[in-house]
Design a protein around this ligand. Structure first.
Ligand code: ZN
Length: 399
């Protein structure tokens, strides 16, 4: 094999000797890499030796896993616990229409092996938690954060800092995205930027805020590029820089990030153990609605019966106008969550109030706001309009 002489030659120059050989089929497959400065044969062997963990097989995880696999990263770990839902297909290109209802890990593995059968895919069929994060991450060289919620994002960051693994970060919301590389030896971490998670309920999830289908593709491919560069030790990565992308204006900006000496994770290192924050964001509807934080609830069936019986209930829908246009309850009126504080003076605190949204998460936050403002007779519609559609009126479209 023609590569052998070259291997021997490189081995004499140092570290490459530990790296796996490429087969003839691999040499052919990766030929556009092998002729590329900064990759070449040694780089491709580095990629083959690399072990990358992708947290989340969703919008960001899809392009990350597809491109890392295609590029020849030898071992890809995937962490996910979800099944493919038809609403995922607008952006989660790892999965297809035929996969709806199947575990994401199954469709992901099939798709990855179709792209590159030489990739060793390791599946972690679980939600990442403080109990398993170290054990899972320990086995990998780097972690790519494809999560869609703050709980897992902080967990991923802290675990990466403590284990000393680079955290290739990306996040998306509506038309905007961010990317960086955190938790390297001298670089900042996510907590240097945002020391603590936002209060529960304040931040809408992807399901509630929406996301442009192509945006996770844009940010995920940037994460994949950063992961490849880390493995190849090539170029300038986003260590110490935060890339901000606005797909609506198509503006890309980078801001400098400094390692914060007071950062509880990578600075003072007071965070030595992992924390499971409340999963208040990015969770599918219905899962986070169990009378949390003292928010009283009413089920859709109960509300329907009471309204039918003529009860005087002010039903306030805190979703956005675009969501209202898709479907709303005949008895409800629209006050988007952002306008609630300014509208409180017009609400009658003597009347019974029921607050609703899509899945019951934003409305739970609204109930807390109202309670804090002195409203006593206020309840959250459990499961939101999605559950209303399931249990009361199936003619209401779900979204
Ligand atoms: Zn930090």
């Amino acid at each position: 094999m023609s590569s052998r002489a070259e291997d021997g030659e490189r081995r004499t120059t140092g570290a490459a000797g530990e790296l796996p050989e490429l087969t003839q089929q691999e040499l052919l497959r990766y030929s556009r890499h092998l002729i590329l400065p900064n990759v070449e044969l040694d780089g491709q062997r580095r990629l083959k030796a690399a072990r990358a963990l992708v947290v989340g097989a969703g919008g960001l995880g899809s392009p990350v896993a597809l491109y890392l696999a295609a590029a020849g990263v030898g071992t890809l770990g995937l962490v996910d616990f979800d099944d493919v839902d038809v609403t995922n297909l607008q952006r989660q290109v790892l999965h297809g229409t035929k996969d709806v209802g199947r575990p994401k890990l199954m469709s992901a593995r099939e798709r990855i092996h179709d792209i590159n059968p030489y990739v060793n895919v390791e599946l972690h069929d679980t939600r990442l938690t403080s109990a398993n994060a170290f054990q899972i991450m320990r086995e990998y060289d780097l972690v790519v954060d494809g999560t869609d919620n703050f709980a897992t994002r902080y967990l991923t960051n802290d675990a990466c800092v403590i284990l000393g693994k680079p955290n290739v970060y990306g996040s998306i919301f509506r038309f905007e995205g961010q990317a960086s590389v955190f938790a390297t030896a001298n670089g900042p971490c996510y907590r240097c930027l945002f020391p603590e998670p936002p209060p529960p309920g304040l931040v809408p999830s992807c399901a509630e805020g929406g996301v442009l289908g192509v945006l996770p593709g844009m940010i995920g491919t940037i994460q994949a590029a950063e992961a490849l560069k880390l493995v190849l030790r090539a170029g300038d990565t986003l260590i110490g820089r935060l890339l901000l992308v606005n797909a609506l204006t198509m503006e890309f900006r980078t801001v400098k990030l400094r390692k914060d000496p007071d950062c509880p994770a990578c600075g003072t290192r007071v965070i030595r153990e992992l924390i499971d924050y409340d999963e208040y964001c990015g969770m599918p509807g219905g899962q986070a609605n169990d009378d949390r934080n003292g928010v009283a609830e009413i089920t859709p069936r109960e509300l329907a019966e009471r309204l039918h019986a003529g009860a005087d209930i002010d039903v306030i829908d805190v979703r956005e106008p675009g969501e209202w246009a898709i479907a709303h309850l005949p008895h409800a009126r629209l006050i988007p969550l952002g306008q609630l504080a300014g509208s409180m003076a017009k609400l009658d605190s003597a009347r019974e109030l029921v607050v609703m949204c899509r899945s019951g998460q934003r409305s739970a936050a609204a109930v807390q706001q109202l309670q804090a403002a002195g409203f006593r007779k206020v309840k959250n519609l459990a499961g939101g309009i999605l559950r209303w559609s399931d249990e009361v009126d199936p003619s209401l479209p779900k979204y």
